[in-house]
Every structure is written in structure tokens, then in C-alpha cells.
Design a protein around this ligand. Structure first.
Ligand SMILES: C[S@@+](CC[C@H](N)C(=O)[O-])C[C@H]1O[C@@H](n2cnc3c(N)ncnc32)[C@H](O)[C@@H]1O
Length: 226
């Protein structure tokens, strides 16, 4: 986990609140307390007999160590996984294909969008890309630059952006900080947002997140992936 000094946190907070946004709305998602990212991943692995798993951003292997699969690759420049690299370095050299990719590295819009596009390039035909941290509940948890420990970043903007594509079908499952689910194929609900994605604010998200992310619950997810 990236270390931020107290002074950088304070400066980032002041900068964000003065120059970017100052909005106090808070969302209550009531994420289930008995279904987490590893449960969803295990469900997909068992359902489709997946054998090749890639995780971008592994930290202390809280998730990576729980994944029981034939081949797993975990990429992190700092800790965990089994490859000490950034995702960009990894994708530049990689020629393997994966059934399932879990993206949980640097939580900024631009980096996550790049990680998703690179993941889709090495995804097998019926594979799935999952993206962690899509549903921040307040402005400070999604602020970039980061100024607090618990941080989802503006990952949600990558989902909003890619939901404009007609050849990607995307949902967000309301569990464990919000998990984006991306499959190649016809987009059955193309999103149109008039503002520049980079300029969207948390207030926009707060007012529109169901539409922006195409939020589904775990039962709806299981019906779609049955
Ligand atoms: C939130 S943690 C990952 C948690 C883990 N996936 C889990 O489910 O518990 C984010 C990790 O991303 C790593 N990271 C940061 N920048 C990265 C990058 N450019 N490429 C890959 N990993 C990165 C950090 O070192 C950190 O360990």
C-alpha cells in the first residue's frame, strides 16, 4: 500500500476541497456482509472451469492467496502476487491469455482504463474482467490526488467511460466496494453522458450512480452468469 506522509495528505485535501469539489453527500450501499470479491471470483471459476487468473495489485495477498486455480499471476510493484512489476510493465511483455482478470492496482481513472483495455487484449474468448472499488460512498474516498487511507479512487469514471462502447457489456455488482464486470460483446445498454468524463464530480456520481454503473445485486449477477 502506497505510503502518504501526513503533510501530503493535508495538502492534497486542501487542494481537492478548494479547487476540485466540496460536497458532503454520503451514500449508504449496505453491501452484503456474507459475500465478498473472493466469493464472486470462486463462483465464476467453478461455473466456467476457468484455469488462468490474473490479478493486478495484490498488496498482502488478501485475495490472491484465496484463489484456488490451475494458473495464477499476481502483479504488484510493491508486495504480494508473484511478479514484482507495474501493470504497464507487465502488459508490455505479456503474451499469456487469461480467463479472469481482477483489476485492483492504482485506483485512478486513467490507469484503470488502461488496465481494462490491456486486460481485454489478453482475455480469452469467454473471459471476464472484474474491477474492484467502483462504488465510493463519499467524495473523500474517491478524491484524486488521494488524501485518506481508505481509498477507492475515481475507478468509477473508467466504468462510466467504457460503458459508452458498443462492444463491451458492463455491469457493476453491489458487493465489496463495488465490482465492475466487463465482458466482450454487444453493449445492451449504451450510456450517454454529455460532460467530459474527467470533469465529472462526485456529486454527479452521487445523483446518477445506478445509471452510470448499471448496478446489479448478487442475485441478478448469478442469474446472468448461470
Ligand atoms: C488495494 S491494494 C490490492 C488489494 C488486493 N487486490 C485485495 O483484493 O485485497 C492495491 C495494490 O496495487 C498496487 N499498485 C499500485 N500501483 C500499481 C500499478 N501501477 N500496477 C500494479 N499494481 C499497483 C499497490 O502496490 C497495492 O499493493
Amino acid at each position: 500500500m502506497e505510503k502518504l506522509s501526513k503533510i501530503s495528505k493535508l495538502l492534497n485535501k486542501i487542494y481537492y476541497n478548494i479547487f476540485v469539489e466540496n460536497f458532503n453527500g454520503k451514500l449508504e450501499y449496505n453491501f452484503p456482509s456474507d459475500y465478498y470479491r473472493w466469493d464472486l471470483i470462486k463462483y465464476l471459476i467453478n461455473k466456467y472451469n476457468y484455469i488462468d487468473y490474473l490479478e493486478i495489485g495484490c498488496d498482502q495477498d488478501q485475495l490472491f492467496s484465496k484463489i484456488d486455480i490451475q494458473n495464477k499471476v499476481g502483479v504488484d510493484p510493491v508486495s504480494g502476487g508473484n511478479l514484482r512489476k507495474t501493470s504497464d510493465e507487465f502488459f508490455k511483455e505479456n503474451n499469456k491469455k487469461f480467463d479472469l482478470v481482477f483489476i485492483d492496482g492504482l485506483h485512478t481513472y486513467e490507469q484503470v482504463k488502461k488496465d481494462i483495455i490491456n486486460s481485454l487484449d489478453c482475455l480469452k474468448e469467454d473471459g471476464v474482467v472484474l474491477v474492484h472499488d467502483c462504488m465510493p460512498d463519499c467524495m473523500s474516498k474517491q478524491a484524486v490526488p488521494r488524501y485518506r487511507m481508505t481509498w477507492n479512487g475515481d475507478v468509477w469514471k473508467a466504468i462510466v467511460d467504457l460503458r459508452h462502447n458498443d462492444d463491451l457489456n458492463i455491469y457493476t455488482c453491489k458487493i465489496d466496494q463495488g465490482i465492475g464486470i466487463i465482458k466482450k460483446g454487444k453493449n445492451t445498454s449504451i450510456l450517454r453522458v454529455d460532460k467530459k468524463i474527467k470533469d465529472l464530480k462526485f456529486k454527479d456520481y452521487y445523483e446518477n450512480y445506478n445509471k452510470y454503473l448499471r448496478v446489479i445485486n448478487i442475485n441478478e449477477f448469478k442469474k446472468m452468469f448461470k
